[in-house]
Design a protein around this ligand. Structure first.
Ligand code: TUI
Length: 319
């Protein structure tokens, strides 16, 4: 079903990446995904470099399989994080929320495969020229900080514009989504929200429940006025934040109001006042299970969906 490009590049069994979600993507989650044959990714988020070093070391005690670290490029600690990643022997780096161009040479010098998230064809072409190894092409269906173009429209346009492997992200949580991504030209997929709802994600149960109970229209976008649109599940916080946005509150005050909200939801379980980042596909997710089962089910469903397209037994729907 998958071609071997990402398998050969990264030494993984399945080209299935786990998104590098701040506070959520810890060493435990990443190790579980890598052990199950995907690419587990530790999120640096806004954390200091030493946190990232500890997480890398903890992961290495749990698995010998390839893994990645996600660098959130808006982090105040980004320089430290890059240095520590270079010191600690990390095989793969993904980046988000910006252009990683200025760190590229340093990472490549340490033999690290670099796979940025891109929200546009122009950035994809620019980064290919600069020598990145692959691209995660993320549609606006994704959770957290997002671009504007849908996965359906963006993935084929990037695939036509570049020759390096493409990983599709945004709105994928089952085997049908995997097959759709492959049909659009992607070589692999990245899933975020699906892995939040896993046994191994060290996320407060209230957060997991909020995603399980979410319906199709519950994931909305705050922060469009600030230039940092973020997709979250609607709650008291989004209502208050959007009121302030509408009232023309200053960027600085909005940023102050948003700060610390993701931790509040993920760690403390305050899903009313916290920011419950989630993709649009949360409405389809209705169980918590181990990462191994998530990945095995994805493969099984994808094979069935492909069989359906070839005129064999119909594809499986969620019960
Ligand atoms: O980065 C993410 N998702 C995130 S980061 C995050 S932490 C945060 N919280 C509040 C405000 C801002 C950040 C929560 N979720 N996904 C990957 C992603 N990258 N989505 C969009 C982009 C992106 C956007 C612009 C990548 C590159 C880019 O480049 C602009 C440029 O400089 O050309």
């Amino acid at each position: 079903m998958f071609d071997s490009r990402l398998k050969d590049l990264l030494g993984i069994k399945y080209p299935i990446f786990q998104g590098g979600m701040a506070w959520v993507a810890t060493s435990e989650l990443a190790a579980a995904v890598s052990e199950a044959g995907g690419l587990g990714i530790i999120a640096a988020g806004n954390a200091p470099g030493e946190y990232v070093r500890d997480e890398i070391r903890k992961l290495k005690e749990m698995t010998d399989k390839p893994f990645g670290v996600n660098i959130m490029l808006l982090s105040p600690f980004v320089e430290d994080v890059v240095n520590i990643i270079c010191e600690e022997g990390v095989p793969v780096v993904t980046t988000g929320a910006g252009n990683p161009g200025k760190f590229l040479q340093r990472l490549k010098n340490h033999n690290i495969k670099v796979i940025p998230v891109v929200p546009s064809v122009s950035l994809a072409k620019r980064l290919e020229k600069q020598g990145v190894d692959a691209l995660i092409v993320e549609g606006t269906e994704a959770g957290g900080h997002i671009g504007e173009i849908t996965t359906m429209a963006l993935v084929p346009q990037v695939c036509d514009a570049v020759s390096i492997p493409v990983i599709a992200a945004g709105g994928i949580a089952d085997g049908r989504g995997v097959v759709a991504a492959l049909a659009l030209g992607a070589n692999g997929v990245q899933l975020g929200t699906r892995f939040v709802c896993s046994t191994e994600a060290k996320v407060h149960q209230n957060y997991k429940d909020k995603l399980i109970n979410a319906k199709d229209r519950d994931a909305l976008v705050t922060g469009r006025s600030t230039g940092h649109p973020v997709r979250v599940i609607k709650n008291q916080f989004t209502r208050e934040f959007m009121e302030l946005e509408k009232a023309g509150t200053s960027l600085e005050d909005l940023e102050k109001m948003g700060s610390g909200r993701l931790r509040l939801a993920v760690v403390d379980g305050d899903v009313d006042k916290g920011s419950v980042m989630s993709g649009q596909i949360a409405g389809m997710i209705n169980d918590i299970k181990p990462c191994r089962e998530i990945i095995e089910q994805l493969i099984k469903q994808a094979k069935e969906a492909l069989g359906g397209l070839n005129g064999q037994e119909g594809g499986e729907r969620n019960e």
